[in-house]
Design a protein around this ligand. Structure first.
Ligand code: PLP
Length: 372
């Protein structure tokens, strides 16, 4: 049971996109499923990525890594962001790889005990977010961590403008090459590419790519991916509103003639932000406007003709690209999908048919054993 508002994830498309990334890059794929797989479901996306040949998963934090372990995922996992020294013992037990990003972090890790800890050295080549900026510090860190019993198995950096500025990307890459050479260490994992770079940047140094948004078919530079995500609702009430009446909070829209107005059960609490007022949705072959303010749980649209209650509404998907929606809203596709709230049921499809669904808010109750 769920409200008729859902996000659909095409697992065949996710798999095809991971295979495309592998073929184009010729490298190992680290599937980035941080933030619950960009809001689409970390384990569902991870399983599809691994089925298509991804060798490792990446998440943002210890919490996210433990969520994957607690859901039963036993394969390789790398954390990309901050970790507290107090969590390292657990990361060792769970065989979760962590990034070393500063001399102070290394000192704290060694004090906390890091025998058996899997470490990837993070190099800051121009993003100025996290990472070592000094190659001598990197050599020292590798020496100290190895001596303390950690396994320094990887080194990586992150590009700031892979989609927009090839020159800057090359500058960053050359800094990375120098860092890897001067580290004078044998790394099993060397990685610098995000999705855009996976698809369009070639190098002879790295052996793995961190592939995130590309799994969902989003790329500015390469069009050979398959769109994997769409957002849907259904109209549940249709009525003719006389001329001169207003729609919704603040009475911001006034009917000019008798107009067919439909209500659907999606609002800003679902991540359909209020800025969507006036934007277009797709219903039964027609592009129609959202009229009046987007409410917390409901939104009204104007139909060109009466339509049956229960007709599907596409918010983004095959007829309305997520990229165009992001541009309209002055944001990026990442932000839109990450902000679709837990309240929206995730439906997974294969061969166009539903194979699974998940809603994080629909709980089983012991007071309600029949699940009614
Ligand atoms: C999120 C993230 C990625 C994935 O980026 P996409 O653009 O989604 O492919 C890769 N590396 C790091 C360090 C990240 O934080």
């Amino acid at each position: 049971m769920h409200r008729k508002t859902w996000m659909e994830i095409d697992l065949d498309a996710v798999e095809a996109n991971v295979r495309t990334a592998k073929e184009r890059s010729g490298k190992k794929i680290i599937a980035v499923v941080k933030a619950d797989g960009y809001g689409l479901g970390d384990l569902a996306v991870a399983n599809a990525a691994v089925a298509a040949g991804a060798e490792m998963l990446a998440v943002s934090s210890c919490d996210e890594a433990m969520i994957l372990r607690n859901k039963g995922y036993r394969g390789d996992v790398l954390i990309l962001g901050h970790t507290d020294a107090e969590d390292l013992a657990r990361m060792i037990r769970q065989k979760i790889a962590v990034p070393a990003y500063s001399a102070l972090w290394v000192k704290n890790a060694i004090e906390a005990g890091c025998r058996g800890l899997r470490v990837h050295i993070k190099v800051d080549t121009g993003m100025n977010r996290i990472g070592f900026k000094d190659n001598a510090e990197i050599r020292q860190a590798i020496h100290d961590l190895t001596e303390a019993g950690a396994e320094v198995e990887g080194i990586f950096t992150h590009f700031a403008c892979a989609d927009t500025d090839p020159e800057f990307t090359t500058v960053q890459f050359e800094r990375f090459r120098k860092a890897v050479e001067e580290a004078d260490h044998s790394f099993r994992w060397i990685h610098c590419d995000n999705s855009e770079a996976t698809l369009s940047f070639k190098d002879d140094l790295s052996n793995a790519c961190r592939f995130g948004i590309g799994m969902y078919g989003i790329s500015d530079t390469y069009k050979g991916l398959k769109h994997a995500v769409s957002l849907w609702s259904e109209i549940f009430l249709v009525k003719q509103v006389p001329a001169g009446e207003t729609i919704g909070y603040g009475a911001t829209y006034r009917t000019e003639a008798p107009e067919w107005i439909a209500t659907m059960p999606i609002g800003y609490a679902d991540g359909l932000v209020r800025k969507n007022q006036g934007r277009t949705v797709y219903i039964d072959g027609e592009y129609v406007p959202i009229v009046g303010r987007v409410c917390m749980d409901q939104t009204m649209i104007k139909l060109p003709r009466p339509m049956a209650e229960g007709t599907k509404v596409e918010l983004f998907g095959p007829h309305l690209s997520l990229e165009a929606m992001a541009e309209d809203l002055g944001t990026i596709p990442y932000e839109i999908i990450c902000l679709i709230s837990e309240r929206v049921t995730r439906i997974y499809t294969r061969n166009g048919k539903q194979v699974d669904e998940f809603n994080g808010r629909v709980i089983e109750s012991k007071y309600n054993p029949e699940g009614e």
